[in-house]
Design a protein around this ligand. Structure first.
Ligand code: FAD
Length: 375
């Protein structure tokens, strides 16, 4: 039997951040991941400076062997309308990263014992802790396995059923010289295209010679067709050329206000997508994953080795203090859908609205300062 204090299932940003934040706590921390790193993850790969700061990332070290695309503004609009350009002075307001590189980097520096290629198969109570796969005994189990986290299922969540998910598909590829020459997407200015019914948005994010194109929606009705239509739309606008060089890959996630996942249970916590924490308007999930992990680490340190019910309550209090209560109502929900959509399309052509509300508040969350790194 392998014994540890904290066993984290999932080595994505949530799991690796938790391990990193506990690196000098005196607790022995192990991570299980069913994949071997570097591994791909379906994601646009856009992070905000708050993530860089909370992780205390050394950008010079990071960019030495990895893609790090500074972003200084955005082009935003409706599919059927013009794009509004917003530029910022004073340094990057976001960065484009490749998840296969980013997640690998974070996991390697986490300071935990990592068991790669090991899937969570099941758990049961053991003396003073939980036994996982009949092989690992932990005093505390943390589910950081993303949207389909098996620890969330172990706690009773009915994954994929009775949950309102955002379904998304994307493709990321290294452009050929011909594709590069035809690509009009500026690496410093990612492009966001809201669907005309405002049920989701598509993006074109260029990171150096890599191009990431995708679309996410709150309903997944004929998503593949809508994604194909979006590709053609970008081509018709002259932003890209040719056919997609590979298949689009899909994934799902939950938005924090609607998610019903628990935050923990007996000797168990959930962090990141496993707990359903992505921001409502943007779907950004890396920052909530990192922040939930830092808050979980703070609660674990405060617990002083007592991983009873008070730990989950403390974590819940810290997370709610940060993200607000779940089930916030959409301020415009009372408007008829047609009127909301017409209003939304109109607002998305306003320079002021796009800069101050869409970008500053919804996508960049500039109103909320970064969390301090733990340790
Ligand atoms: C198309 C798309 C685009 C997105 N774009 C962005 C973006 O640009 N910016 C942003 O901030 N967010 C974005 N997100 C959201 C973001 O990807 C997630 O919120 C983020 O990955 C959550 O991190 P995590 O560590 O909680 O989970 P994950 O990154 O999903 O990591 C979970 C880990 O758990 C492991 N695992 C799963 N099951 C098991 C098991 N049974 N046993 C052991 N290990 C297991 C997996 O292998 C994986 O390594 C996007 C999401 C999608 C779907």
């Amino acid at each position: 039997m392998i014994r540890c204090d904290v066993l984290i299932v999932g080595g994505g940003p949530a799991g690796s951040t938790l391990a990193w934040a506990l690196r000098d706590s005196g607790l022995s921390v192990h991570i299980l991941d069913k994949r071997r790193f570097p591994r791909d993850k379906v994601c646009a790969g856009w992070i905000t400076p708050a993530v860089v700061s909370a992780l205390a990332l050394d950008l010079d070290d990071y960019r030495r062997e990895r893609v790090l695309q500074p972003v200084s503004g955005f082009r935003v609009g409706c599919m059927s309308g013009p794009l509004v350009e917003t530029r910022y002075d004073g340094g990057p307001v976001s960065y484009g990263i490749r998840r296969c590189e980013f997640d690998h980097y974070l996991l390697r520096r986490a300071g935990a014992v990592v068991h790669e290629g090991v899937a969570f198969k099941g758990a049961e109570p053991g003396a003073g802790g939980i036994v996982v796969n009949g092989e690992y005994h932990a005093r505390l189990l943390v589910g950081a396995g993303g949207h389909f986290c098996p620890v969330a299922r172990f706690l009773g969540s009915r994954l994929g059923r009775s949950e309102t998910v955002v379904a998304a598909q994307e493709i990321e590829f290294l452009m050929t010289p011909e594709q590069r020459a035809a690509c009009r997407v500026d690496p410093e200015l990612p492009e966001l295209y809201f669907c005309d019914d405002l049920g989701g948005y598509g993006w074109a994010v260029r990171k150096g010679d890599w191009l990431n194109i995708g679309l996410g929606r709150e309903d997944n009705h004929r998503l593949a067709e809508q994604v194909a239509a979006f590709w053609n739309h970008l081509r018709a606008r002259g932003r890209i050329s040719g056919e997609p060089p590979a298949r689009f890959h899909g994934h799902a996630y939950l938005l924090y206000p609607h998610a019903r996942r628990p935050l923990g249970g007996p000797r168990t916590l959930l962090v990141g997508d496993a707990a359903g924490l992505a921001y409502a308007q943007s779907g950004e999930g890396i920052r909530p994953a990192v922040e939930s992990a830092l808050l979980a680490a703070a609660a674990i340190r405060e617990a002083g080795g007592d991983f009873g019910p008070a730990l989950v309550e403390r974590y819940r209090a810290l997370l709610t203090g940060r993200l607000g209560p779940r089930r916030q109502r959409d301020a415009a929900a009372w408007l008829p859908a047609g009127l909301r959509q017409a209003l939304g399309r109109r607002l998305l052509s306003s320079q002021w609205f796009v800069r101050h509300l869409v970008m500053d508040r919804w996508f960049l969350h500039r109103q909320q300062p970064a969390l301090a790194p733990a340790g």
